[in-house]
Design a protein around this ligand. Structure first.
Ligand SMILES: NC(=O)c1ccc[n+]([C@@H]2O[C@H](COP(=O)([O-])OP(=O)(O)OC[C@H]3O[C@@H](n4cnc5c(N)ncnc54)[C@H](OP(=O)(O)O)[C@@H]3O)[C@@H](O)[C@H]2O)c1
Length: 316
């Protein structure tokens, strides 16, 4: 009852929501498991990488800034006493760098956390001519995941966790405007559309990758006090600061989806505070099967990935 009230009201997104829901500590031994975490240099990704290291996993931190990524890797190794922490450098908004990263990452990979994300105040394009929010939050992870499927499958059972946002509830996917080029650019809207896209991809991948022994989930962290929120949404940050979750509270469900036995018993769900949640709350946000197919084709076109969803399932 309380959970349902929290889920429907925005209070559930705050630290109060986290505290009102009981969460036993995650007590799983991940020794021998290898995790790749994108956006691991800050906020939720950094906390996730630290916790996976604490649970014994080998962790590959993906960051775009070499100095910062190596510094965070070193700090995590020191804090957790786990020496199996490596820094991998890639700007995920650039498909050439994503390809190179996917080539370099070696089997086994048991856990992939697609966490890197940006919310930008103005519309910019990458050196490859792709709108930056779309490239970073959606396209880079689309390409990275597809390229890593054979390595994840060879390491199965494996898991993919996509870090989405509650903001995605407000948007439907706009297949004809993935680059956010039409009309006046709205950073929050562009961001939320990519987060809706992650949830759609989660469902598509979950079905295609089940035969490979790969479980795929998406989640939203609520509102957490991270550098991402304070810099991208300064007014929101100032207003809500006393109620924001800590990075640990925001990332709790990411770590739980990576580590718990329970999360491996289902696939393709959208989670918040360790509970599956609906993927739609408002009228008009659902896409058709035809739009899903077109969405996948557009992601292939923009990323240069030549496979199909059917081929992902069939290659096995
Ligand atoms: N915090 C929240 O309340 C909240 C709510 C909903 C969803 N989320 C989602 O949670 C995820 C983590 O957010 P956060 O709040 O922890 O934000 P954050 O502190 O800004 O961390 C974002 C991470 O993404 C990395 N990144 C950004 N662009 C990249 C690129 N082109 N290539 C590689 N890495 C890149 C950043 O690297 P640098 O360190 O180099 O900048 C950083 O490590 C995001 O996907 C966000 O949308 C957060």
């Amino acid at each position: 009852m309380l959970d349902r009230f929290l889920d429907k009201s925005l209070l559930g997104y705050t630290s109060l929501g986290y505290r009102w829901r009981a969460h036993p500590s995650i007590d799983v031994d991940l020794t021998g498991r290898v995790a790749v975490v994108t956006g691991a240099t800050s906020g939720l990704g950094k906390y996730t990488a630290t916790e996976l290291a604490r649970l014994g996993a080998t962790v590959q931190l993906v960051g775009r800034n070499p100095g910062k990524t190596e510094e965070v890797a070193k700090a995590i190794a020191e804090e957790t006493g786990n020496r199996a922490i490596q820094a991998e450098i890639a700007d995920l908004s650039l498909m050439a760098e994503v390809r190179s990263l996917a080539d370099r990452l070696e089997t086994p990979i048991h856990i992939l956390v697609n966490n890197a994300g940006v919310l930008l105040p103005t519309r910019t394009e990458t050196a490859e001519g792709i709108e930056t929010t779309f490239a970073t939050n959606l396209l880079g992870h689309f390409l990275l995941t597809n390229l890593l499927v054979p390595k994840l499958a060879a390491s199965a059972p494996a898991r993919i966790v996509n870090v989405s946002s509650g903001g995605m509830y407000t948007q439907r996917i706009s297949v004809n405007d993935l680059q956010n080029a039409r009309g006046r650019y709205d950073g929050a809207k562009a961001y939320a559309r990519t987060k809706r896209g992650q949830v759609i991809l989660t469902e598509l991948w979950a079905e295609a990758l089940a035969p490979w022994g790969i479980v795929v989930h998406a989640m939203h962290p609520g509102w957490a006090d991270t550098p991402g929120v304070s810099t991208s949404l300064p007014r929101f940050y100032k207003l809500t600061k006393p109620l924001l979750r800590t990075p640990a509270q925001g990332a709790d469900t990411i770590v739980w989806l990576c580590a718990s036995d329970e999360a491996a018993r289902s696939t393709g769900l959208f989670w918040h505070d360790r509970t599956p949640r609906p993927t739609h709350r408002f009228a008009g946000t659902r896409e058709s099967a035809e739009e899903r197919r077109a969405f996948w084709s557009e992601l292939c076109r923009y990323s240069g990935w030549s496979g199909t969803l059917d081929s992902l399932a069939a290659e096995r």
